[in-house]
Design a binder for this molecule. Structure first.
Ligand SMILES: O=P(O)(O)OC[C@@H](O)[C@@H](O)c1c[nH]c2ccccc12
Length: 733
């Protein structure tokens, strides 16, 4: 190994500097050496190459045993010598039977062999055999011409390579300017065959021509020889790339620095216009007391915060197509649907779509998001309403459905066999004039059944809802979610009978008031004590005399069962609301909601971590729901919500055959709902395949609804259950 030495003397230092890499390298030097065996011809060739390269060559006269180019390990000493002598070219001569008069011409890069061309020398004629003419003796510092004659230098790989190597070997120093009289020699290389060239060295003789341009004559001065390429090795690509890298020859221009005879080196710096009076002092002003400095910093932070808040106004959530008066809502959200350039906005009744201008198409995809609308003229650049996309959206399901499918809602519902109309066909059902409310009843706009009536009423109720932005804040304060489905499954495993979801229900449209003395918390606790796994709390006020307050009360009273919010959900907003009141599960009724709504709403449930009980009543609804991915819980309602007819055979019918198999395969838990009064009924639906039952009337009507559970199941199931133990459900917020 070579040690890296730091020079100790000035001479050594200069020597090392000479060898160090430079922007413009010095002329390449050639190392000339031979192997163990040589021949007279070879000796002469090497001597003459040395002569031609005079000043730029180092010649070793001793035999070198270890040099075998092309062979692995045979190039190490070559590389070592190259480093020692600072030669980047070498000519190695050897002579053997197999390769007589052999020359290997090679180049080094970074003192490692870069490439090799091996030639055999034939028909060698030394300098001495040519006539010596003093007149054409080379001048000091003269530069040679190169003439490569023959197509071989274009076509043959070997000759192309040889040409490259010869140029490097004989070109001498690279200069920027040439004095033409300094060109007095020509190396003429003629391709004789695809691997052989005739190499000769000529002098240029200028003869009188009678004009100002002399006649040029070439006089062979020798040596000359035929070179037959035997082997060659090209550099590998990465080394080649590295070796070919060129540095910028122009040193970087130094800007703004000048030299002055008197003042010496002068520098210029640029300072932009300074308004010294307006400059703010930093918070860390030296000399300011620490307390004052800190007080100043915290004040600045606060200011920045309030400024930020001002730019993010509270936003009213709504959908444009609802009957809101946009002008009375300076800032609102709506739904924006569209294909990049073609964003569609459904405006409010007061404004036509012409009054809108929109920004932010949503990535060329048909997607929806809320809109923020400002009043015309209000911080709007072009005097029109400004609508911007906002990522925290909740969409109204009707508009989403229509926009997504491009089909009016009525048609969507019809296509999916949904008979419930989401809204009266001719505008809102109720009109208000001052304190009075009146309804124009006619065949078209009066509800056809109780379910439709409830749904239309929901639409009216929902107009009173609070903005989503406020609701989202309530969500943070909501009690933690309990695993509704997990509890049902665990319970079924434990008792081997359907898990009970006991319903806290005061009245129903079909049965009227079910229980006069109604204390939701008391009922809920007794249900829990007597073995209910989960509870269902009715929240619809008008038809079931329930409330969200009941849900909240039960949840905060220490009841540990997971809670189902029994509500008629028609808008995603209600799901957020239910969660904010402590719901662990919500009900989605397939008779009311088209597929897209169910998908969208179950997605929201997943986002909130709560369960969705998707309720079906007939085959059509069951098939639709089974087609939707990610459904975990299906309820089969034995009661027809349009006619109130109850038939527990319905559960059996819907679970028979392929449907039952698919449900099993998908790992869906089925809940048997409504009309269950006796242990026989429970056993019947259990046999049909349900793993949970939802029971209201038969329990709530009894004096002691808790005790009624044992009667319904034919045995006391309370002993099986202990929530803390089995479900590891702890705490109650
Ligand atoms: O009264 P029952 O038979 O115990 O039914 C309870 C429950 O199934 C029923 O209240 C119900 C099922 N699906 C609904 C949808 C809305 C309102 C109520 C329900």
């Amino acid at each position: 190994m070579l040690k890296i030495k730091t020079p100790k003397t000035h001479k050594a230092k200069r020597e090392l500097e000479k060898r160090a890499p430079k922007l413009v390298e010095n002329a390449k030097k050639t190392l000339i050496l031979n192997g163990t065996k040589t021949s007279n011809v070879l000796n002469a060739v090497l001597a003459q190459i040395y002569h031609l390269r005079k000043g730029l060559a180092v010649k070793f006269s001793k035999k070198n045993e270890n040099i075998r180019p092309f062979e692995s390990g045979g190039e190490t000493s070559l590389e070592f010598f190259s480093l020692k002598t600072d030669c980047s070219l070498f000519v190695f001569g050897s002579h053997s039977k197999k390769r007589p008069n052999n020359l290997v011409l090679g180049r080094m890069y970074d003192h490692h062999v870069y490439d090799l061309v091996e030639v055999g020398v034939e028909n060698f004629k030394p300098i001495e055999s040519f006539k010596y003419d003093k007149m054409i003796a080379p001048r000091q510092g003269s530069k040679p011409f190169f003439a490569f004659i023959g197509e071989g230098f274009e076509n043959s790989e070997e000759l192309k390579h040889l040409k490259d190597v010869l140029l490097d070997h004989f070109r001498g120093e690279v200069v920027e300017n040439l004095n033409l009289t300094g060109i007095d020699r020509v190396y003429v290389c003629t391709a004789i065959s695809s691997n052989t060239i005739f190499f000769t060295h000529c002098a240029i003789r200028l003869r009188k021509s009678g004009t100002s341009i002399p006649r040029i004559e070439l006089v062979e001065v020798g040596p000359s020889m035929d070179l037959v390429v035997r082997r060659h090795r090209l550099p590998n690509d990465s080394v080649k790339k590295e070796a070919m890298r060129t540095a910028l020859t122009q040193p970087k221009k130094i800007k703004n620095v000048t030299r002055d005879e008197v003042k010496g080196k002068l520098g210029k710096i640029y300072i932009p216009d300074q308004q010294v009076g307006a400059l703010a002092l930093s918070n860390n002003v030296k000399g300011l007391k620490r307390e004052r400095r800190e007080a100043k910093m915290s004040k600045d932070n606060k200011d920045a915060m309030t400024k930020k808040r001002k730019t993010e106004p509270q936003i009213e959530t709504f959908c444009c197509s609802r009957e809101y008066d946009l002008l009375s809502y300076p800032r609102m959200e709506g739904i924006l649907i569209g294909v990049s350039a073609m964003v569609m906005v459904k405006p409010c009744n007061n404004l036509s779509s012409m009054n809108f201008t929109w920004r932010n198409s949503i990535g060329g995809m048909r997607r929806f998001g809320p809109l923020r609308c400002n009043k015309p003229g209000e911080d709007s650049t072009d005097g029109l309403v400004k609508i911007t996309y906002s990522p925290d959206y909740i969409a109204n399901s009707i508009e989403v459905s229509e926009w997504e499918s491009g089909v009016p809602l009525d048609r969507i519902l019809e296509n999916q066999g949904i008979r419930i109309r989401r809204r009266p066909p001719s505008g809102p059902s109720a009109h208000s004039v001052g304190p009075f409310e009146f309804r124009l009843e006619n065949e078209g706009n009066s509800p056809r059944n109780i379910l439709e009536k409830i749904i239309w009423n929901k639409d009216v109720e929902l107009k009173e809802r609070k903005p989503l932005s406020m609701l989202i804040k309530d969500l943070e304060r909501a009690p933690p979610v309990r695993d509704f489905v997990g509890a049902l499954k665990a319970s079924y495993q434990k008792i081997g009978m359907p898990a009970l979801i006991a319903e806290v229900k005061k009245a129903s449209p079909s049965r009227g008031v079910l229980r006069e003395k109604f204390d939701p918390v008391e009922i809920a606790s007794t249900y829990e004590k007597n073995g209910a796994t989960c509870l269902s709390i009715l929240t619809d006020e008008k038809y079931f005399q329930g409330s969200f307050e009941n849900l909240e009360l039960v949840r905060r009273a220490g009841v540990k069962c997971p809670l189902l919010c029994k509500e008629f959900i028609i808008d995603a907003w209600q799901i957020y609301y239910a969660r904010s009141k402590g719901a662990d599960a919500i009900l989605l009724i397939a008779a009311v909601l088209p597929d897209l709504d169910i998908k969208y709403m179950t997605k929201i449930c997943r986002k909130l971590g709560i369960a969705a009980l998707v309720e079906v009543h007939n085959e059509r609804e069951m098939d639709r729901v089974l087609d939707i991915d990610g459904i975990q819980l299906i309820g089969i309602n034995n009661r027809d919500l349009e006619t109130f007819e109850v038939d527990i055979l319905n559960t059996k019918n819907l679970l028979e055959g392929e449907r039952g198999q698919l449900i099993h395969q998908k790992g869906i838990t089925v809940v048997g709902e409504s009309g269950l009064f006796t242990p026989k009924d429970v056993a019947f639906v259990h046999d049909a395949g349900v793993k949970a039952v939802l029971v209201g009337e038969s329990l709530i009507k009894k004096e002691d609804p808790g005790k009624a559970i044992a009667e319904l199941f034919g045995k006391d199931i309370s002993t099986y259950m202990s929530f803390d133990e089995h479900f590891n459900i702890s705490g109650n917020v």
